[in-house]
Design a binder for this molecule. Sequence first.
Ligand code: 13P
Length: 249
Amino acid sequence: MRQNIIAGNWKMNGNISETKSLLEELLAGKWDHQRCQAVVCPPYTALSTAGKLLHESHIALGAQDMSEHASGAYTGEISTDMLLTVGATYVILGHSERRQYHSETDKLVNTKAKVAFQAGLTPIICVGETLTQREAGQVHEVVEAQINGTLSEFSADLMMKSVIAYEPIWAIGTGKTATPDIAEDVHRFIRQKIAELDADAAETIPILYGGSVKPSNAAELLGQPDIDGALVGGASLKADDFLAIINAV
Ligand code: 13P
């Protein structure tokens, strides 16, 4: 039985007061906690506030990135220890916006995932192709390289503990969602590739879909056999929409 996860990636949205009101609305929401783990990933400056509000709740806290270093002269960076002290238990790694605007590579994501796991954080590792790559028929090739690169030399434990997010770049923030068939095809492919690395992990790893997930398309996407949840951007900023997606699991 795989864990269903609906994670909200707030990106660069949410000051302290907006964070408080959104989380208060989410905390008042109802869903079957056994069926779905909800996670929110606010920006760094709101993590501490969020951590206090979510303490002992059914919503887990995640960060949107982290440094691979433990401490020291890394201006602008945030360590795993800092994330743990505010109550984070998840961290998104290798989001396409980090890859695009901050030149993050599979190798760096791989290193960060190992550091996150050592610290006790669950990495949500993002992969996905561009529109040009899809149109050139390279989806499987691109995703396979990202899976092999980001999961390289993972221990059996880390493999079991990881979460993958398939986020086709052309579907992020564009309103163009992958059809359930297109998404399922890549999710199934990812699970097969993971099975080549570790058959047991392939059965248990949650693979989330991300890219313009909203209440109107969530149920159909989440109904696919290899889609175990969603990584939600824009719709995670509206409590009603995020709760509707959680309840679509
Ligand atoms: P949208 O849901 O806004 O398309 O963003 C998806 C995403 O990038 C989540 O990480």
